[in-house]
Design a binder for this molecule. Structure first.
Ligand SMILES: O=P(O)(O)OC[C@H]1O[C@H](OP(=O)(O)OP(=O)(O)O)[C@H](O)[C@@H]1O
Ligand code: HPA
Ligand SMILES: [Mg+2]
Length: 165
């Protein structure tokens, strides 16, 4: 996979606002979700914000990793699945939360387990959009999203010097 051309850095403040915007959208559905299933690790942060906003107290994880180094997707590894109780009724009434969908492969893997669940993520790239029911912001496929938990403060070259982003 070639490296993404554009950078979309997200601060903690912006992520909190965008995750809260996702919660507003979900509240507009007027549904009583019986549980959140968050796709670790990236889904942990929006799941915490959404569970607070929508007062959903039952939180389960599905542990999947596929990007083993920066921007390169490798083999999909499911380290932990979902309890039988939540897989009942094909996951109807379950809210699945992740930070983003990129190729859509992670969401597809979880949809195979919970076909009737509602899938939500904060950010989406076009290839992943068909796998997601509700999201907030779409960025182009050639953009890499930099999350605040992966970042530190560093010097930035001026844009005029050709630095990306
Ligand atoms: O739509 P896809 O192309 O499948 O990519 C999206 C997934 O990739 C990232 O997770 P990652 O596998 O890097 O693990 P992490 O959440 O532990 O960082 C991200 O958090 C999504 O879960
Ligand atoms: O754009 C991204 N940013 C961070 N993690 C990711 N995992 C897949 N795509 C991305
Ligand atoms: Mg993830």
């Amino acid at each position: 996979m070639s490296l993404p051309e554009k950078a979309f850095p997200v601060s903690w403040d912006q992520f909190h606002r965008d995750a809260r915007a996702l919660a507003w959208r979900l509240s507009g559905l007027k549904r009583d979700f019986r549980a959140i299933v968050c796709i670790t690790r990236g889904g942990l942060v929006p799941a915490a914000i959404i569970s607070r906003e929508l007062n959903i107290r039952l939180i389960e994880t599905v542990c999947i990793a596929s990007y083993h180094d920066y921007a390169n997707q490798g083999e999909m590894m499911m380290l932990k699945g979902i309890t039988e109780a939540l897989m009942s009724e094909d996951g109807d009434g379950v809210l699945v939360v992740d930070d983003l969908t990129d190729t859509g492969k992670t969401a597809r893997e979880v949809r195979n387990l919970l076909p009737k669940a509602h899938f939500a993520c904060v950010y989406a790239k076009p290839q992943g959009v068909p796998m997601i029911d509700t999201f907030v912001t779409e960025v182009s496929q050639d953009t890499w999203i930099y999350f605040p938990w992966d970042m530190g403060f560093t010097y930035q070259e001026p844009i005029a010097k050709g630095h990306m982003g």
